[in-house]
Design a binder for this molecule. Structure first.
Ligand code: C2E
Ligand code: CA
Ligand code: CA
Length: 513
């Protein structure tokens, strides 16, 4: 009898070991002693007297886990990567005999970085815990859920006889719906979305759990790239294009390191006087084999590789160096404009980094124009982006709203972001001199800008006719092939005096008329 009680107690100990680690459990010691005496007699008291100190020593000897690092029970209860690989290994080994198949899912949150930077670790853990509960509720007994290191989850389905692609997609979207129910955090609600990749066991590149999980991970990465809220099934093409992307990433890293990527500069001038007010820095890749590659071709790769910050650093450095070089040559160029991607604007240290770079070149902040796409300003609800733009404006940098007319920035947004100038998108400027509708549109934009006290710049001015019409309509600045194409820094050194020489010739001709 004693051995029966003992073995039951040991099994409870292992089952509820987590709770035994809490000191509050000692409150129940007298009650447990009384009950065991009542039901099991004196023997049990002796056993308890022996067992209780042992339990306390064994369970409490480890230093207590710091509160911040302890995960909620629902997360602690999930498998880890190695365990789900073990489960998948077993499923794959049994498959030929049982004739059943399975699938592995990987679920990744679309904006996990934002969640962490904006709401902190506690909120991230809360989202993970609630998501884990909901994921488990959607699945069936026998399915295995694991938490992954980067904050995602993996699921191994219990093997079944027939597993169609459609059923897998439906399950993925049920998981997505479960995760997208808002999570209550203090007084607010957190909205999260996730992207899911999966691989059917018959499509695993190798007959191993690790390979099946890796295939689902590749599909999940692809889904996240196409996300938010995307679902992708693994295909062999994905693995190939991932390998290509990885090699391109290595190429890009080298290109940025070795100075193969640097800007060309396109002048911005006053519409009436033709005076140069600045240059816009536009990235170019001097590829050792493929020659000059325009940004439209390599910016998506930079985005895919998450290297926007690095590109931004390189272009900013070259742009400020150009200003310093023009100053040194006595060329008096007032400003240089740099394009900032949405990703760069999400960096909480952007303003600090910019200030440091300006100080390093001993340049005043007002000499840097920050170009931000209208779409970014229109769509952002991100506090870091708002704070960054405000900090740059406060520092004295000019904020130019790029591609104006292609997004839907509200007038409130123009005010909130302290926009100094709007850059009217090229699509409104093409054939401006001959197209009445274009003229109406540009007039409307210009009068709105005037009422709001904003300067204006027309992009993509190609012909003297367009230039002339912009002067008539009252646009203050222009930029485009009609004045000059973007050029390398050393070419600007000749172009600037040539342009100025041309201007003074025109002026003296006008004076003599
Ligand atoms: P954007 O900022 O709107 O830059 C203007 C683009 O229009 C440039 O293309 C420029 O070469 C082109 N352009 C200028 N004048 C004319 C014209 O008269 N006619 C025509 N057809 N095109 C003209 P580019 O250099 O190919 O850059 C394309 C886009 O790539 C830029 O558009 C900008 O959004 C992005 N980009 C370029 N450099 C950077 C960078 O360093 N960082 C970031 N984040 N984006 C960049
Ligand atoms: Ca621009
Ligand atoms: Ca533009």
């Amino acid at each position: 009898m004693v051995s029966g009680i003992l073995s039951r107690m040991i099994s409870w100990f292992f089952k509820f070991g987590f709770w035994l680690r809490r000191p509050e459990v000692l409150i129940f010691a007298p009650a447990v002693a009384l009950c065991s005496f009542w039901f099991l007699g004196e023997e049990s008291l002796i056993l308890l007297a022996l067992l209780l100190p042992t339990v306390v020593v064994v369970t409490w000897q480890r230093p207590p886990t710091p509160e911040a690092a302890r995960l909620p029970d629902v997360l602690e209860g999930l498998s880890l990567r190695s365990q789900i690989i073990g489960s998948l290994d077993k499923i794959l080994q049994d498959a030929p005999i049982s004739g059943r198949s399975s699938a592995c899912f990987v679920l990744q949150f679309d904006d996990s970085d934002r969640l962490l930077t904006r709401f902190g670790r506690a909120a991230q853990v809360e989202v993970l815990a609630r998501s884990a509960e909901r994921i488990c509720a959607v699945l069936r007994a026998g399915d295995v859920v694991a938490r992954l290191e980067g904050g995602g989850f993996a699921v191994a389905l219990a093997p079944v006889r027939r597993l169609e692609l459609e059923a897998l997609v439906q399950l993925a979207s049920r998981l997505q719906s479960a995760v997208s129910v808002p999570v209550n955090l203090d007084a607010s609600k957190l909205y999260v979305t996730c992207s899911i990749g999966f691989c059917h066991s018959v499509n695993a590149p190798d007959l191993s759990g690790a390979s099946l999980l890796n295939a689902a991970q590749i599909a999940a990465d692809e889904a996240r790239r196409r996300g938010p809220n995307a679902i992708r099934a693994y295909s062999a093409d994905m693995a190939r294009s991932r390998a290509i992307r990885e090699s391109l990433r290595a190429d890009l890293e080298r290109a940025l390191e070795e100075g193969q990527i640097r800007p060309h500069f396109q002048p911005q001038t006053e519409t009436f006087s033709g005076e140069i007010t600045g240059f816009e820095a536009l990235a170019r890749w001097y590829h050792p084999e493929k020659g000059l590659i325009p940004p439209a071709e390599f910016l998506p790769l930079i985005e895919d590789a998450g290297m926007e910050d690095r590109l931004g650093e390189v272009i900013l450095y070259h742009a400020l160096m150009a200003l310093a070089a023009w100053d040194k040559a006595g060329l008096k160029i007032p400003t240089v404009a740099v394009n900032f991607s949405a990703q760069e604007l999400r960096n909480p240290r952007l303003a600090e980094r910019l200030k440091w770079e300006l100080d390093r070149f001993d340049l005043e902040p007002k000499r840097l124009s920050v170009e931000i796409l209208e779409t970014v300003v229109a769509e952002t609800a991100n506090d870091v982006v708002v704070a960054n733009i405000a900090a740059l404006a406060r520092m004295g940098c000019g904020i130019d709203l790029d591609d104006f007319g292609t997004g839907h920035a509200s007038i409130t947004a123009l005010r909130r972001f302290a926009v100094r100038r709007i850059k009217i998108d090229r699509s409104f400027i093409t054939r401006l001199d001959s197209d009445r509708d274009q003229q109406k549109m540009v007039s409307a934009i210009l009068s709105m800008a005037e009422r709001l006290g904003l300067a204006t710049l027309a992009e993509g001015v190609e012909t003297p006719g367009e230039h002339e019409m912009l002067a008539q309509l009252g646009c203050s600045h222009i930029q485009g092939f009609g004045i000059a194409r973007p050029m390398p820094l050393d070419e600007t050194m000749d172009w600037i005096p040539r342009h100025r020489g041309h201007l003074s010739k025109v002026k003296s001709l006008a004076a003599h008329r």
